[in-house]
Design a protein around this ligand. Structure first.
Ligand code: PEP
Ligand code: MG
Length: 748
């Protein structure tokens, strides 16, 4: 029975996010489509809003925000605590209590055990930003505790992380609502995860299933190695089975989850029978068919019956390997997949990045090409399509930074997309579709947080540039920032650095840069943050205010006045960057280190080291200097650089591939020739890693290849790479994969 406050799964579909949130809508959609979802209902966001109103909380909360600086951690903690305690102690109007208690009683007699999950209703933000920020409570029993936990879900809308996220995204704190999903607990005899594709190779013709005894938590925590089954999607026949011994399981006992020992006779048994594998395979296939998009599914088996507990799109597809046989609708234009995910919105053509008003939040940005001036516009978009550029172009890099789906090098996109009212950008396949093909998206950030316990010998760093994302990304399981690109911070300052020199206001530039750097070092402390000094090309520098006065027009900026050579030809800008580093370190952030890009000769390194000493930056255990290896000559003569004294190298495969293969990385007409997997590039990678290892210095890879190619990662690890610096969207997937790989090669 429909009510203002309660919606049963069977009454919900994916269009109901405004009242039941993303998670609720998704479970409703699956139920409606006939999939076996455990029974349940959603306490709609109407209940939350009515509680706020009933207790007059709106103005109280608003007044807290009016007097709080959310950039100040202490104040953020305080406001979060204050608002949460207001909600936790609020009184719930009787009609809401009755509706919840009544619905609960209909779930089963004797107070059945339920899971209570928050489901936020911020439908016009990419849901990934919100998912995983609010609480989930398992094994809840009884009216009283149920009401209590629902109230706790409402309060969790104001955790520090959620508040800060809304603040960063300019979201009105009072507009977002919260629904609570109440779902009957399944007694999982066997459970696991399934992907409707192979998530490692992105082979879309197979379904992969992982299964263990008991609750699935032990899979993600890596405590138990699951059985692995592969099913051929076409006919649901079993392709492969790998049975793993399981000695312990995590099971529910009453209202508690406990670790139990598996009886000997079951330890080496196959967890799902062949017929259950086929049955599950068919379910997975049909769910993918329903959503028109590869899915990441949680399932459970109770007394021989299969249940689907959760389904969400796979948001971190390994782009380069995704084939294009998939059809979500009519493809209007196709380019290179540049940043995974699916973005839907009104296409807006932007030729002048200063016309930011043309864009509404959530529109799809269509541009010929982007440069650092476009970043503010890009931040408003829910997807990006460019006509030019390849997978390592500015648009691609920033999109991955921002977590936005992007397609680059889509020839004639402006002409073809401008008549369309709405388009969908599939950043995983490079396709742009007519109309909306959005699916209920609950993102995989739960998976990210569950990776927290996996330890790998190879360090997993993250590539970062956006100050606004520092805190959020720092909360992921990463070992530091392996590539902090300076260009984004400088573009944010907006004025060519030399203008500051001209007006003798170097201090302003230094302070601005230092304050941005501090945000990263603070967020990641004590983990290292490796600042990569500016590597703007002249065409990019020209776009900064005043840039045209200083930057020559070059035919081939990729090969021109860039990187270390600039610092030596004209020391002033580099000196300001170094002053900013010194300032941050003197303020106590000793986790900031330096990396020099695009170095072309050992002499440049000598000069740079002299300059560092000149500003009082002395290399030590506490202050490390890395160089990027991006040019074949550097790779081949790396010993010459090592001899001069460096702490480590990081391989920039984007430039290294360009220069090894002679393919302009920004030029879409030769993009098909650009392949980091080319044997010549791989040869250089091996040479660099082995030379560095022999010399006893650290070696990392921060180019796109480290995020994209599992086979390259495996080779690098075998040769002895110390760390990989990965795009934000890929860190959890890569961590999991490396964990498995290291286990395989080192535990034998
Ligand atoms: C690279 O070249 O691989 C790299 C990481 O640097 P950028 O992409 O900024 O040139
Ligand atoms: Mg580079």
């Amino acid at each position: 029975m429909a009510s203002k406050y309660i919606k049963w799964f069977s009454e919900i579909d994916k269009g109901d996010t405004a009242t039941v949130g993303g998670k609720g809508a998704n479970l409703g959609e699956l139920t409606g489509a006939g999939f076996p979802v455990p029974p349940g209902f959603v306490v709609s966001s109407n209940a939350y809003f009515d509680v706020i109103e009933h207790n007059n909380l709106k103005s109280k909360i608003a007044s807290f925000f009016a007097f709080t600086n959310l950039e100040n951690t202490k104040e953020l903690v305080e406001i979060s605590r204050n608002i949460q305690s207001l909600i936790l102690s609020s009184s719930v109007p009787k009609p809401i209590i009755h509706a919840i208690v009544d619905a609960y009683s209909r779930l089963g007699s004797d107070d059945p055990l339920v899971a209570v999950r928050s489901s936020a209703t911020a439908e016009d933000l990419p849901s990934a930003s919100f998912a995983g920020q609010q609480e989930t409570y398992l094994n809840i029993k009884g009216d009283h505790i149920l009401l209590d936990r629902i109230r706790a879900c409402w309060a969790s809308l104001f955790t520090e992380r959620a508040i800060y996220y809304r603040h960063q995204n300019n979201f009105d704190h009072m507009e977002v609502g919260l629904a609570a999903v109440v779902e009957k607990m399944i007694q999982s005899d066997v459970s696991g995860i399934a992907f409707s594709i192979d998530p490692v190779t992105n082979n879309k013709s197979v379904i992969t299933i992982e299964a263990i005894y008991g609750l699935g938590e032990y899979i993600v925590q890596g405590k138990v190695t699951p059985d692995h089954y592969e099913v051929i999607k076409k006919d649901c026949s079993i392709l492969e089975k790998e049975i793993k011994k399981q000695t312990i399981a995590y099971e529910r006992r009453g209202r508690k989850n406990v670790e139990i020992k598996i009886p000997l006779k079951f330890q080496e048994k196959q967890k799902l029978s062949d017929s259950q594998i086929v049955e599950l395979g068919l379910l997975i296939k049909n769910i993918e068919k329903h959503y028109f998009f590869p899915q990441d599914i949680e399932w459970a088996l109770e007394k021989g019956k299969l249940f689907i507990v959760q389904s969400r799109p796979i948001t971190t597809l390994n782009n380069d390997k995704v084939d294009s046989e998939k059809h979500l609708g009519t493809v209007i234009v196709k380019g290179d997949p540049a940043s995974p995910g699916l973005g839907v919105g009104r296409p807006v053509i932007i030729n002048d990045p200063h016309k930011i008003d043309k864009m509404q939040r959530g529109d799809i940005l269509i541009a010929s090409m982007t440069d650092p001036d476009y970043v503010p516009v890009m931040k408003k978009a829910s997807g990006i399509v460019t006509e030019r550029g390849g997978r390592t172009s500015h648009a691609a890099i920033v999109s991955r930074e921002l977590g936005l789906p992007a397609v680059v090098g889509a020839v004639d996109a402006i002409k073809l997309l401008s008549p369309e009212p709405v388009v969908s950008v599939n950043g995983s396949t490079g396709e742009v579709f007519r109309g909306s093909v959005r699916v209920a998206n609950t993102s995989s950030s739960n998976a990210i947080s569950s990776m927290k316990k996996l330890k790998t010998i190879t360090k997993i760093y993250v590539n970062l540039a956006e100050v606004e994302r520092a805190r959020e990304v720092a909360s992921l399981h990463v070992d530091g920032v392996g590539l902090l690109r300076a260009e984004f911070m400088i573009a944010d300052i907006g004025v060519h650095p030399k203008e500051f020199i001209k007006s003798n206001t170097q201090n302003i530039f230094i302070d601005k840069l230092a304050s941005k750097l501090k945000k990263f070092t603070q967020a990641f402390s004590p983990r290292p943050v490796v600042y990569r000094a500016t590597d703007f090309k002249t065409n990019e520098y020209r776009n900064l205010k005043g840039g045209a006065n200083y930057e020559p027009k070059e035919e081939n900026p990729m090969l021109g006045y860039r990187g270390a050579a600039r610092y030596i030809a004209d020391r002033h800008v580099f000196k300001m960057e170094m002053e900013a580093i010194r300032q941050v370190r003197e303020d106590g952030y000793k986790n900031l280190h330096l990396m020099i890009p695009f170095i072309r000769s050992p002499l440049e390194l000598v000069e740079i080291k002299k300059m560092l000493l000149g500003v009082g930056l002395r290399l030590s255990q506490e202050f490390k200097l890395w160089i990027m290896v991006e040019i074949p000559s550097v790779a081949l003569n790396l010993d010459d650089y090592v001899r001069l004294g460096i702490d480590g190298v990081s391989i920039g495969t984007n430039d290294l591939t360009m220069l090894t293969l002679g393919v302009d990385r920004d030029n879409e007409s030769v993009a098909h020739l650009y392949k980091e997997t080319n044997p010549a590039v791989v040869y250089l990678l091996e040479k660099i890693v082995k030379t560095a290892k022999k010399a006893g210095i650290t070696v990392s890879v921060c180019g796109q290849a480290a995020s994209d190619y599992a086979d390259i990662r495996e080779k690098l690890i075998k040769w002895g790479v110390t760390s990989l610096s990965i795009n934000v969207d890929a860190v959890d997937r890569v961590r999991q994969e490396i964990y498995e790989f290291e286990k395989k090669i080192w535990q034998k």
